[in-house]
Design a protein around this ligand. Structure first.
Ligand code: 13P
Length: 249
């Protein structure tokens, strides 16, 4: 059975006091809720250790980014090995902000996938098309290519991969994909996983939706059979809103 997951990607937001307070507020919500789903938080990496230290809930903490080498002369970088040692359980790979703003290409992403898996981190691998690709009808092709990057992973490695479909035109824009648009793409991704791997991998991989997911639209999105949860940006910065999204799963 694949897992239901609600993940908060805090991006480069919050000061340390705000981060701890928000984490405690979300922890209190998660502790009261005994649903069979996982809640993950991806804070700025400098806050990971403090949040792990105060964590008394079932929330798991992940890293938004890391370098694919375990150690070495890479000034300013943090490795998957270091994050794992700290107590991190998850990492994001392929977020559109990393692909576009930081020019991470397929080779970089593959290196990161391998590094995360070798260090026993669970990965949320993100994919998503631009507005131009959506409007020109190229979206299945684009997502097909991005999912195709996973083809060199083994079935065992795929057990550690969750996929997030985040259309770039919906990220931070308030313009969410309709449940029909999201469901259509999630159905496509699951079919693609079956063609690359097999039915078992396709059925057991959790597929999250991300892009202006809010308390207002989460229920309808999560009602789609192939949407197993969400990767939430803006709404994860408010405990109440994030709590309502968790409740919607
Ligand atoms: P928003 O929820 O702010 O649109 O961000 C989505 C996202 O990029 C999560 O990774």
């Amino acid at each position: 059975m694949r897992k239901k997951i609600v993940a908060g990607n805090w991006k480069m937001n919050l000061n340390v006091h705000e981060a701890k307070l928000l984490f405690q507020e979300i922890s209190a919500i998660v502790s009261k809720d005994n649903g069979a789903h996982e809640v993950l938080i991806f804070p700025s990496s400098i806050y990971i250790e403090s949040l792990l230290n105060i964590n008394q809930s079932s929330i798991e903490i992940g890293a938004q980014n890391f370098h694919h080498q375990n150690k070495g002369a890479f000034t300013g970088e943090v490795s998957a090995m270091q994050l794992k040692q700290l107590g991190c359980k998850w990492a994001l790979v392929g977020h559109s902000e990393r692909r576009t703003i930081f020019h991470e290409n397929d080779a970089d992403l593959l290196n990161k996938l391998k590094a995360a898996l070798e260090n026993d981190l669970q990965v949320i691998y993100c994919c998503g098309e631009s507005l131009n690709e959506r409007e020109s009808g190229m979206y299945f092709e684009k997502i097909g290519e991005q999912i195709g990057l996973l083809k060199t992973l083994s079935q065992n490695e795929m057990n550690h991969i969750t996929i997030a479909y985040e259309p770039i035109w919906a990220i931070g824009t308030g313009k969410t994909a309709s449940p029909a648009q999201a469901a259509e793409m999630h159905d496509f991704i699951r079919t693609k996983l079956e063609s690359i791997f097999n039915l078992e991998v396709a059925d057991s991989t959790s597929l999250l939706y991300g892009g202006s997911c809010s308390p207002q639209n989460a229920k309808d999105l999560f009602a789609c059979s192939n949407i197993d949860g969400g990767l939430i940006g803006g709404a994860s910065l408010q405990a109440n809103a994030f709590g309502e999204i968790i409740a919607a799963i």
